[in-house]
Design a protein around this ligand. Structure first.
Ligand SMILES: [Cu+2]
Length: 117
C-alpha cells in the first residue's frame, strides 16, 4: 500500500509541472488590446492589417469599447508583436503609443484621438 502511495506521489510530482506548463502556453490564445480607433474606417484598417499577420486566426474591433480582440497562435506571434503592429498601423495599443509617421498618414477623421494619449 505504501508503495502505491509512493507511486502516486511521484507521478503527481512529475506530471504536475508538465500540466502547469501546458496551461501557461496554450497553442491558441486571445488578447484584448485597447486602441485609439475612431470610426468604421479605423475598424476596417486595423482588422485587415492585423488579419495579415502570420499566426492571427481572427480579429475583431468593437467600436464602442475601441477594443481589439485577437485570437492568435502562440507559436507564430506574440502579444507584444500584435501590439506593435497596431502601433505601426497608426493607433495606440494599450500603453504603446502610435507610430507617429503611420498616425500622420491616417485620414484626418481617424486622427481624432492623438497618438500621445
Ligand atoms: Cu477612422
Amino acid at each position: 500500500m505504501r508503495f502505491f502511495l509512493f507511486l502516486i506521489a511521484s507521478f503527481l510530482l512529475i506530471a504536475a509541472p508538465k500540466l502547469q506548463a501546458q496551461e501557461k502556453t496554450p497553442k491558441v490564445d486571445t488578447v484584448h488590446i485597447e486602441t485609439s480607433a475612431v470610426c468604421g474606417m479605423c475598424k476596417d484598417r486595423l482588422e485587415s492589417e492585423l488579419g495579415f499577420v502570420k499566426g492571427v486566426k481572427s480579429v475583431e474591433l468593437d467600436l464602442d469599447t475601441k477594443r481589439l480582440t485577437i485570437v492568435y497562435r502562440t507559436k507564430k506571434v506574440s502579444k507584444e508583436a500584435l501590439r506593435q503592429k497596431v502601433a505601426d498601423t497608426g493607433y495606440r495599443a494599450d500603453h504603446l503609443p502610435a507610430n507617429p509617421e503611420a498616425f500622420m498618414a491616417l485620414p484626418a477623421c481617424c486622427q481624432a484621438e492623438g497618438c500621445s494619449h
